[in-house]
Design a protein around this ligand. Structure first.
Ligand code: DAH
Length: 331
């Protein structure tokens, strides 16, 4: 009996020492295999006196079972260790990875566009959109710029080879959205339309061939130039702060009469030209099916990229499109 207890202890030690399934099965063979002392003992049962054989056989079976359990338990714990190791190696803690990543943000132009929309929505406007590829009707004719009109040349238009020559183009301003809005909706109309615009300009410190404008259009009864000036002033103060002033200067656009350019004050007291505006020309209203005797309105349009360049004091407007992450990260 004490021999068996010793055997069991040895089996436990051998099992614990085994660090892999291979080591464990060779240790198991030492204790339970053909050449093990337990197998020998079984073979030798026949040499015992007959009266002892039954109890010795029973005892032998019991110890054999205990030794088998020792190896089974160790096999299970080795398997668990292997799984744990594999889980640890394959673990993918997403939160850990994200912490080390830098979070992106919206591009400066998108931020400005969102901010402009918010300011105008706060003043009661809704946001409209139009296509970037336009026909001559929307980009020019409906806006009171017939094909003989010298102002067409001022727009440096990029034409698209579709239909008649100079019939289809990348829109050179957001003003065509005025026409699309008036064609679709009855007055009163209070909309702003931000979007991309295109001209043949080469890129330099103050120009981009693909740039962004925002258009404004108000059509209602009894609208005057005073409403236009007040709207521009409220917008400028909401966007730039109450210390910034705005002013209108007489100008010319075919789609407005009278027309003006509007400037905003710089901290040093000088003025920066921001955009054009005016009272919507009666021809434009008629072209869009609105009776100019009944309805009046004003419109304005200005460049978003310029506005951003001014607000963040960029020396070169091309910074906005070269996508140098070191530049973009600052905003
Ligand atoms: N569309 C003009 C441009 O791109 C800007 C402009 C001037 C828009 C007067 C207007 C306006 O709505 O009334 O040069």
């Amino acid at each position: 009996m004490s021999d068996y207890q010793k055997l069991l202890d040895e089996a436990k030690n051998a099992a614990t020492e085994a660090q892999s399934t291979e080591e464990l099965s060779s240790a198991r063979a030492d204790f339970l295999g053909k050449k093990s002392s337990l197998t020998d003992a079984k073979k030798n049962l026949g040499l015992l006196p007959e009266s002892d054989r039954a109890s010795a056989g029973k005892e032998l079976n019991e110890i054999r079972k205990l030794v088998e359990e020792v190896f089974e338990d160790r096999a299970k714990s080795l398997q668990n260790e292997a799984w744990n190791l594999q889980f640890e190696n394959e673990r993918l803690d997403l939160s850990e990875r994200f912490e080390s990543l830098r979070r992106g943000h919206l591009h400066l132009i998108t931020q400005a566009r969102d901010h402009l929309e918010d300011v105008f929505v706060g003043m009661g406007f809704t946001v409209a959109e139009g296509p970037e590829v336009e026909t001559a009707w929307y980009n020019f004719e409906a806006l009171n710029i017939p094909d003989w009109h010298p102002a067409r040349g001022n727009f440096d238009t990029i034409f698209v080879n579709l239909g008649d020559p100079e019939e289809v183009m990348l829109r050179s301003h957001t003003s065509p959205v005025q026409v699309r809005t008036m064609e679709k909706h009855k007055p009163p109309i209070y909309v702003v339309a931000p979007g991309r615009t295109f001209r043949t300009d080469s890129a330099d410190a103050t120009h981009l061939p693909a740039f962004n404008q925002i258009e404004g259009l108000v059509i209602d009864k009894g609208i005057t130039m005073g409403d236009l000036a007040g709207t521009i002033d409220s917008f400028v103060q909401a966007f730039f702060g109450s210390e910034v002033k705005s002013r209108l200067r007489p100008s010319y656009f075919p789609f407005t009469e009278p027309s003006a350019e509007f400037d905003i004050s710089r901290p040093d007291g000088s003025w920066l030209e921001l955009g054009g505006c005016g009272m919507v020309h009666p021809n434009v209203l008629s072209n869009c099916g609105i009776d100019p005797e009944e309805w009046q309105g004003f419109a304005f349009g200005f460049g978003i990229d310029r506005l951003v360049a001014m607000r963040y004091q960029l020396d070169d407007i091309r910074e906005l499109v070269v996508n140098d992450a070191r530049f973009l990260r600052q905003f």
